[in-house]
Design a protein around this ligand. Structure first.
Ligand code: AMP
Length: 397
């Protein structure tokens, strides 16, 4: 890893890409600043080295240029409070104001640029736009793991203009190191838990994990396509009929590759998709018509927990049921408990971002697992075996 940890940045003007895409309420107050806090070690390292820093981020999904709602001005004061120093702001991420403020920066000073996505060139990975960004600094640091799977101007393209003068931020380095612990030479048994709504979203990760995992636990809505593929009755449960053949293929190949795929033997059923629906428990392949599986049942919880408690490396991506509704949260909570217990007994556990991270926070287990990733899509693509442009661009000199 080319991390900045061992690089002395004194005197540099660091162009730092972070993920400050934080949620704001109607009054533009930040409702969750964890992404900003996650970048603090990198910011503090840069500033303590005696460098200045020009911060680049996106916020939300602006579609038509500048919109006040998506302005990074709303996070400026909070950033200053977190850093304990002043933060200057450029109301356009490129152009004269940004360039002259960047040129005037002294060691230890901070300049926050306006939302990069006010320019469509950012997401297009436009070369001319990336040159304009790059011209403001002398060193490039990428600490935005959440957008590392995008080949945008600031996340990947501009890195080409910093030959020998670029590195990963400390958050990015930690994310990649933790993901590598699962994929390269993991302590065994290695168990992957894959859940969530759609088989099609998770097919690549299951296929890639089959190369390394000893056990794959499949829960959530995606499990029912597997049951139907084996001739089961799944009632009104989620199903992707165009993926039945893929599911059969995965089950056959798993046996050949010596990977044990575990499906939830029983399910909590509901008569409609609602928190106050009628419920009952049934075998997952024998769901009566008119009912749908919205959580794994208690036998499946026990089966999954047994595998997890014997595991030495655990990766979790996707909930076991509709955990947002109390009536269908027990399966996801039981899995979180088992992951915490395995971790206590020495296992390494990595929780994927997105819904799995939300579930771990909802049940209060975040401090009892080894690492909760800040990246949803980026982590998923890493485990699908794809090259992440934001990582590759820093590695190439
Ligand atoms: P994903 O984004 O694919 O990880 O899916 C997460 C979503 O899947 C969550 O919002 C869950 O509520 C939903 N989910 C999990 N299990 C089921 C299920 N059995 N039926 C319908 N939705 C589910």
């Amino acid at each position: 890893m080319k991390t900045i940890e061992t690089i002395d940045l004194a005197g540099e003007k660091v162009m730092l890409r972070v993920d400050f895409n934080v949620p704001l309420n109607a009054e533009f107050a930040i409702t969750d600043d964890s992404r900003m806090r996650a970048a603090l070690p990198t910011l503090n390292k840069i500033l303590h080295d005696g460098a200045s820093v020009i911060i680049m981020s996106h916020l939300g999904r602006p579609k038509n240029g500048p919109e006040d709602h998506f302005s990074l001005i709303h996070i400026r004061q909070h950033l200053a409070d977190l850093l304990g120093r002043e933060v200057d702001f450029a109301s356009d991420c490129i152009g004269e104001e940004a360039a002259s403020k960047a040129a005037a920066l002294k060691p230890g000073q901070v300049l926050l640029l306006e939302n990069l996505r006010f320019y469509k060139e950012e997401e297009k990975g436009d070369e001319a736009f990336s040159v304009r960004l790059a011209s403001m600094g002398t060193f490039y640091v990428n600490d935005a793991f959440g957008t590392a799977h995008r080949a945008h101007a600031s996340t990947a393209i501009m890195a080409a203009h910093f030959s020998g003068k670029k590195g990963f931020g400390l958050l990015m380095a930690k994310e990649v190191a933790n993901a590598e612990k699962v994929m390269s030479n993991p302590a065994r048994p290695l168990t992957a838990i894959v859940g969530g709504a759609k088989v099609s979203d998770k097919i690549l990760i299951v296929e890639n994990l089959m190369k390394v995992a000893d056990h794959i636990l499949i829960g959530g809505g995606m499990a029912y396509t597997f049951f139907k593929a084996q001739g089961g009755e799944i009632g009104n449960s989620l199903c992707e009929d165009d993926r039945l053949e893929t599911c059969r293929d995965i089950l056959n190949r798993a046996a050949e590759q010596g990977v044990q795929i575990h499906l939830p033997v029983d399910s909590v059923l509901a008569d409609r998709f609602a928190s106050d629906a009628q419920t009952q428990v049934a075998q997952s392949g024998q769901i009566p018509s008119g009912w749908m599986g919205l959580d794994i049942g208690s036998q499946a919880q026990t089966d999954f927990s047994t595998v997890l408690k014997n595991s030495k490396t655990i990766l979790w991506n996707g909930p076991m049921g509709v955990f947002e509704m109390d009536a269908f949260a027990a399966g996801t909570k039981a899995v979180a408990e088992a992951v915490a217990e395995a971790t206590q007994n020495g296992a390494f556990s990595l929780i994927g971002g997105g819904d799995s991270a939300a579930a771990v926070y909802q049940f209060g287990f975040e401090s009892q697992v080894s690492y909760v990733s800040t990246g949803g899509g980026a982590l998923l693509e890493f485990f699908e075996g794809k090259t992440l442009p934001g990582i590759a661009a820093v590695l190439v000199d």
